[in-house]
Design a protein. Structure first.
Ligand code: SF4
Ligand code: SF4
Length: 445
């Protein structure tokens, strides 16, 4: 695409990066077929190509973002399905991140919107605050259907509906040694995952120990910054990145690390991008690049590890890899291979490439589109006649579990069980039934 950014504009590294992305786009439109919002809404302006036009016009002419432009950029899930499809290598991730930050700086949203976004940015990345918020949401949950009736309160209704019925106990966070030591890895503590599903971390630690790796939690590390990044809060996401880079750097300078392991693939995508995010910060650029190079999704790491899969649980697993695994980290197929290696029967749903609608805070900020995508995803999963659904990201697990009749687990929970670990509680209902509850819910073929 021909661009006309001035030399002065291109002196700004963010603008230069966006210009490169825009210039690579050849308008072919291949990306429209795999974009969830275009598939649902059928509007060119809700497609990657349409959004690229909007972003080009906004950035090149340094326009104040209009409500119409903001609407279409806000509707983008940042699922990055378009990046998988694009034959020209357009880096849509960096372009849309820049556009979101630009909008955040120059567009004044309605008061309710500003308040909601501030609450999300102020609560979700902080586990202690999130616990309190979830406890309150649990109490207010009966009000969700009432809130659903008023358009302005739909994000609140979505938030209440996603809150778990029971709040798990606080996750233990202790370094754990392997019986036979092959190496040492840091495990991202993160923010929402240990509050919502502490079992994921426990299963991961057991798996890593079993594979021969000591697991450490770096002091001072926290939320990866994805949540605020998707809200356009650039400075906050860079602060989170710097804090985490410094924390892992101390571990590297100490006993050293073989890898930084991430169990929430959305976070993994961002941590692998720290090198880019901090490229212009002389104090952090090299360290951030080293952290990004060390970051690995747990599936990616376990694929190379030696795990003693000695049980063959006779379960059929519907495997839905997160967009951040398929498109963000280009690791499609990793979870499936691991589950098959462990002895599970694995099935992949139709439209596996389409987002489930979770996408960070998307299912709260865009509840209608997210709900439609969630229902579509769960219908595709239900057709597989599986016993259990497995995914590799906490956001997808919450979004799918809110709609599915089947139990929803993180892949590591099944791998842990299959290699001698703990049987997930939610599978208790399946054991002993002549026909699993899953098969009872599956539509007739
Ligand atoms: S990131 Fe996802 S929703 Fe956004 S334009 Fe690309 S494919 Fe569409
Ligand atoms: S597939 Fe790539 S090059 Fe083609 S329109 Fe989409 S972003 Fe542009």
């Amino acid at each position: 695409m021909r661009t006309e950014f001035s030399a002065e504009q291109l002196a700004d590294p963010a603008m230069a990066t966006s210009e490169q992305a825009i210039r690579k786009c050849v308008h072919c439109g291949f990306c429209t077929a795999t974009c969830p919002t275009y598939v649902l809404l059928g509007d060119e302006l809700d497609s990657p190509r349409g959004r690229i036009y909007l972003m080009k016009d906004m950035l090149e002419n340094e326009r104040t973002p209009s409500p119409e432009v903001v609407k279409h950029i806000d509707r983008c899930l940042s699922c990055l399905s378009c990046m998988t499809t694009c034959p020209s290598g357009v880096n849509y991730l960096h372009l849309v991140d820049h556009a979101r930050a630009y909008i955040e700086e120059r567009h004044r949203r309605p008061l309710a919107d500003r308040l909601l976004r501030s609450v999300l940015a102020g609560v979700l990345p902080h586990p202690a605050r999130l616990r309190v918020a979830l406890a309150l949401a649990r109490l207010a949950r009966p009000l969700a259907p009432l809130a659903e009736r008023f358009a302005g309160l739909r994000p609140i209704a979505a938030m209440l509906a996603l809150a778990p019925g029971r709040l798990p106990a606080r996750a233990a966070q202790v370094n754990a040694s392997a019986p036979v030591r092959r190496g040492r890895v840091a495990l991202l503590q993160g923010c929402a995952e240990p509050v919502l599903r502490p079992e994921i971390r426990a299963a991961t630690v057991r798996l890593l120990n079993r594979a021969g790796y000591d697991v450490v939690f770096a002091a001072g590390e926290g939320c990866c910054g994805s949540l605020v990044r998707h809200l356009g809060r650039d400075a906050d996401s860079l602060d989170a990145a710097r804090r985490n880079v410094a924390a892992w750097d101390r571990e590297l300078a100490g006993e050293g690390l073989d890898a930084i392991i991430v169990t929430a693939s959305g976070c993994g995508t961002t941590i692998k991008d720290y090198g880019f995010m901090l490229r212009d910060d002389p104090a952090f650029a090299d360290r951030a690049a080293r952290v990004s190079a060390l970051a690995q999704d747990i599936g990616e790491f376990l694929l190379k590890a030696d795990l003693p899969f000695d049980q063959a649980p006779p379960l059929t697993v519907a495997c839905q890899p997160a967009c951040s695994i398929q498109h963000g980290q280009k690791l499609a197929g990793v979870s499936r291979r691991l589950l098959e290696r462990a002895g599970f029967h694995v099935r992949t749903p139709a439209e596996v490439h389409l987002c489930c609608g979770s996408a960070g805070t998307y299912n709260i900020l865009q509840p209608e589109i997210a709900g439609r995508l969630g229902d579509r995803k769960v219908a595709n999963l239900a057709r597989l006649g599986a016993d259990v659904i497995a995914t590799d990201n906490i956001g997808c697990a919450v979004q799918i579990a809110a709609r599915a009749a089947l139990p929803v687990l993180h892949v590591v929970e099944l791998l842990d069980w299959a290699s001698g670990g703990v049987k997930p509680d939610v599978l208790a209902q399946i054991e002993g039934s002549a026909e699993s509850p899953a098969k009872a819910h599956a539509p007739a073929a």
